[in-house]
Design a protein around this ligand. Structure first.
Ligand SMILES: Cc1cc2nc3c(=O)[nH]c(=O)nc-3n(C[C@H](O)[C@H](O)[C@H](O)COP(=O)(O)OP(=O)(O)OC[C@H]3O[C@@H](n4cnc5c(N)ncnc54)[C@H](O)[C@@H]3O)c2cc1C
Length: 376
């Protein structure tokens, strides 16, 4: 949707073909922390009205080690950069509302989408929609269809290289209409496992607990969740914790994944279709946005001047940023989680690294500049 708006703004015709309906996409609870590049793009596209009104700007974040809090003042460490808490569902609503007003065409409920002739001069997309079988010939196809979409598999295996790390744990997340325990996020490393205190608004909290991949949601009553969260956040933070009934509870597996290259012929991949990060560090949606920002520039250059240098360079330019975000998300996950095969030595190294961060401005700066998002 970001790319469709970018192209629309540049006078380039684009059609978004989506498998689900608008209600489903807007109801999907996912990301909530926006990097500055994402906020900047929303402003550039003039869709930031609600974001500017209700988004929560965070100048810092917190690490906690067995209850000891370490504050990372991101803004002062990075020369003023911040992150903004604003739900992905709200971003989608803003994109869809603006699409309706600006004639950005979205085809909803498109099933059996197939990509054909991606390596030819005239690729095309076929699907089943409300009017039966449909087909669209175009100059370029951009696969923004997530990790389970069809576009990545349209690239022949002989030209594709994939890299993957599956983590031996998941995140059990809840949403509850209670005030957040802190005005900033808390990434907690506790010997019982990781916990994250996050939020969506001053009255809506988002909390996560590291859990086993074999755990059942049914075994996690709200009471058990709150008790475990209180232990992992430590007594000082727990004393401020407001409990309440959850209205969303889910378990998400954690994975790092990259598929290279991000282009084959006239098919380009962007976002989760090409790469996945574990949610620690909140990079997934932001990476999708940075990919399409680069692609938007490349297409604009192509249609304005006929130059293919932007589209030819897209895959390597995008992957350079993707891999740095992969590294950061992997590192932050390794720093804060309890791994099943961890021995006393591993645990002491993890504790020493967090202690080092607490006393080193250089280490805090490295964390902060990755957390707020590297430049495009
Ligand atoms: C619990 C959770 C928390 C997260 N927290 C954060 C966070 O704090 N910060 C962050 O940056 N990221 C976060 N993420 C990751 C983020 O949500 C994703 O990285 C982001 O949505 C990727 O965007 P995308 O456009 O590539 O893919 P998606 O948002 O998945 O969009 C792909 C779209 O393609 C559609 N589609 C799929 N297959 C087809 C098909 N065959 N034909 C047509 N359409 C198809 C899908 O319905 C979907 O609408 C989180 C994810 C989860 C699950």
């Amino acid at each position: 949707m970001f790319l469709a708006h970018l192209l629309n703004q540049a006078g380039i015709e684009a059609v978004v073909v989506e498998r689900k309906d608008r209600e489903y996409v807007e109801g999907r609870v996912r990301a909530g922390v926006l990097e500055q590049v994402t906020v900047d793009l929303m402003r550039r596209l003039s869709i930031s009205g609600r974001l500017d009104e209700i988004g929560l700007v965070h100048t810092g974040t917190n690490l906690s080690l067995d209850g000891r809090m370490i504050h990372i003042d991101m803004a002062s460490l990075t020369g003023g950069s911040t992150v903004t808490v604003y739900g992905q569902q709200e971003v989608m609503k803003d994109l869809f509302d603006a699409a309706e007003k600006r004639d950005v065409r979205v085809v909803w409920n498109a099933s059996d989408v197939t990509i054909q002739d991606a390596d030819s001069a005239r690729p095309n997309l076929a699907w089943h929609g409300e009017n039966g079988a449909e087909r669209l010939e175009c100059d370029f196809i951009v696969g923004c269809d997530g990790f389970h979409g069809v576009s990545r598999s349209a690239i022949p295996p002989r030209v594709q290289k994939t890299f993957e790390r599956v983590y031996p744990f998941g995140w059990l997340g809840i949403l509850a209409d209670v005030p957040p325990v802190d005005h900033e996020l808390i990434y907690a490393n506790h010997e019982r496992g990781f916990a994250l205190a996050s939020m969506r608004s001053p009255t809506r909290s988002r909390y996560y607990l590291q859990c086993g991949l074999d755990e059942e949601l049914a075994d996690w009553s709200d009471e058990r969740f709150w008790d475990e969260l209180a232990i992992r956040l430590g007594p000082d933070v727990a004393a401020r914790l407001t409990r309440g009934p959850s209205f969303e509870k889910s378990i998400a597996p954690l994975r790092s994944f990259v598929s290279e290259p991000m282009r084959w012929g006239r098919l380009f991949l962007a976002g989760d279709a090409a790469h996945i990060v574990p949610p620690t560090g909140a990079k997934g949606m932001n990476l999708a946005v940075s990919d399409v920002t680069m692609l938007g520039e490349a297409f604009e250059e192509f249609y304005r001047s006929g130059s293919t240098s932007g589209i030819d360079g897209y895959s390597s330019r995008a992957l350079a940023r993707v891999w740095k975000a992969e590294r950061f998300s992997w590192w932050f996950t390794s720093l804060t989680h309890r791994f099943p095969n961890m021995d006393g030595f591993d645990r002491r190294i993890q504790m020493a690294e967090i202690d080092y961060i607490s006393g080193s401005a250089a280490a805090q700066r490295a964390l902060a500049e990755n957390y707020v998002g590297l430049p495009l």
